[in-house]
Ligand binder design. Structure first.
Ligand code: PHE
Length: 378
C-alpha cells in the first residue's frame, strides 16, 4: 500500500500533488510507489550492503572522514538537478522524454549530482551522497527507471598539490583514479576494468569506468575533475576538486550475481532471505527460471513517438512482468510512413505466467499504445 503522504528530508508530499494527469507532470503510479522506499538504507538489502561496504572503504582509507548524506529528498528543483551543475539549457537530459517532472520547475532527481552545489556551498570538503534517482528509459535487464547512485566529492586546497610539482587539475585526476581503482579492488578483488574518456557538463576532464560482466563492458561510474565554475559559485575559488557518481545496482549485479535489475525490488522471501548485513558478494542463487513469453506488435509511428513513452505505457500495465522491450524491425514505406515492430518479453522471476494472463496484458498494451501514443496498429 502506498502512503498518501510521504515525508522525506522534511518535505511533505501528498500523493495528489504528485500524480496528476496533466501535461506538466509525467510521473506514473509505478514510479510514485518507489518514492520513500530507500533500498539504500536497508542493511540487509544488496544495495544497502554495498553502500556500507563503500563507506568502509572510505572510512579506512582516509584520515579525514567523508561526510555522508543518504536521506536527501529525491524531489529537487530544475535548478538543483541541471542549472547548478552547468547542464546546458538545450541538453536532452532536460526533456520530458528523459526526466520525470512534477511540474515545470520540479523534478525527481536524475542523478545525485543534484546535491553537489548545495553541499559544497555549505563548506563540506569531502562527502558522499547516496540516494534513489529516476530516469525515463527503455526496458532491459540492466535498466530500470529508478536506481541508486552514490556521489563522491573531494576538494583540495593549494597546499595539497603545490609540493607535488603537478598543477591542481592533474593532481586531482590522479588522486581520483587512485581512489576509484582502490575502491574497485576493495569490492571485487580482481576484476577486468577499463577507463574511457567521456563528457559531463560538470567535470573536465571526464572519465568512465567499465567492468566486464556477462560478456559485456558495463558502465558503472562517471567521474572527473570538477568544473571551476561550480567551485567558484560555492566559495571554493582557489580550490580544485574531483567528483564521481556510481550506479549501485550495476555494481551489485556484478558482486552478487544478480541477473536482472527488477530483482532489487522483489519482496519475495526467496530473494530477500539470501542477503544479510555486512555480507558483500554472497552469490545469489536463482530460485527459479521461468520461461519468457514473447509478444510482437507492429505499428505506424507518428512524429511524437518515443521508445521511452512506449516503455512507460507497457510498464504501467505489466509492471515488473516486463523483462525487455526490443525494436526488432523498422522501415519507412514509399509514402514516408515509418513502421516499428517491438518484441516484448514477459517473464516473472517468481512464478509461471499463464497464457491467459499474458494475452490479457498484451491486449491492454495494444489498446493503450494506440490510444495514448498516437500510433496506428498494423
Ligand atoms: N552524474 C553523472 C551521471 O549520473 C555521474 C557523474 C557524477 C559524473 C560526478 C561525473 C561526476 O551519469
Amino acid at each position: 500500500p502506498v502512503a498518501s503522504v510521504l515525508e522525506r528530508g522534511g518535505v511533505k508530499i501528498a500523493r495528489d500533488d504528485v500524480v496528476r494527469d496533466e501535461p506538466s507532470n509525467n510521473i506514473p503510479d509505478t514510479i510514485f510507489t518507489k518514492l520513500g522506499q530507500q533500498l539504500h538504507r536497508r542493511d540487509q538489502h544488496p544495495i544497502g550492503i554495498l553502500k556500507n561496504a563503500i563507506f568502509d572503504y572510505f572510512d579506512s582509507s582516509y584520515e579525514n572522514k567523508f561526510d555522508k548524506f543518504d536521506d536527501l529528498c529525491p524531489i529537487v528543483t530544475v535548478k538543483q538537478n541541471f542549472d547548478d551543475v552547468l547542464v546546458p539549457a538545450d541538453h536532452v537530459s532536460r526533456s520530458y522524454n528523459d526526466t520525470y517532472y512534477i511540474d515545470p520547475r520540479t523534478v525527481l532527481r536524475c542523478h545525485t549530482s543534484a546535491h553537489q552545489a548545495e553541499i559544497l556551498s555549505k563548506g563540506h570538503k569531502q562527502f558522499l551522497v547516496t540516494g534513489d534517482v529516476y530516469r525515463r528509459d527503455s526496458i532491459d535487464s540492466t535498466h530500470y527507471p529508478v536506481f541508486h547512485q552514490m556521489e563522491g566529492v573531494r576538494v583540495f586546497s593549494p597546499n595539497d598539490w603545490e609540493s607535488s610539482g603537478k598543477d591542481g587539475a592533474a593532481y586531482a585526476a590522479e588522486d581520483l583514479k587512485k581512489c576509484l581503482e582502490g575502491l574497485a579492488r576493495h569490492l571485487f578483488g580482481a576484476v577486468e576494468m577499463r577507463w574511457t574518456d567521456t563528457y559531463f557538463p560538470f567535470t573536465d576532464p571526464s572519465f568512465e569506468l567499465e567492468i566486464y560482466f556477462q560478456e559485456k563492458w558495463l558502465e558503472v561510474l562517471g567521474c572527473g575533475v570538477t568544473e571551476q565554475e561550480i567551485l567558484k559559485r560555492s566559495g571554493n575559488s582557489n580550490n580544485v576538486a574531483w567528483a564521481f557518481g556510481l550506479g549501485l545496482e550495476r555494481l551489485a549485479m556484478v558482486l552478487f550475481d544478480i541477473p536482472d535489475i527488477r530483482l532489487f525490488w522483489s519482496t519475495d522471501e526467496r530473494f530477500t532471505s539470501q542477503f544479510s548485513k555486512g555480507q558483500l558478494g554472497v552469490k545469489f542463487k536463482p530460485f527459479s527460471k521461468f520461461p519468457p513469453c514473447y509478444k510482437d506488435m507492429s505499428f505506424w509511428i507518428s512524429e511524437s513517438f518515443t521508445e521511452n513513452n512506449l516503455c512507460e505505457v507497457i510498464r504501467g500495465i505489466a509492471g515488473d512482468l516486463v523483462e525487455e522491450v526490443c525494436l526488432i524491425d523498422n522501415f519507412t514505406n514509399k509514402k514516408g510512413m515509418t513502421s516499428h515492430c517491438y518484441r516484448i518479453a514477459y517473464r516473472s522471476m517468481e512464478r509461471s505466467l499463464t497464457d491467459d494472463e499474458i494475452n490479457e496484458l498484451q491486449w491492454k498494451v495494444r489498446e493503450q499504445v494506440e490510444s495514448k501514443l498516437n500510433v496506428v496498429l498494423r
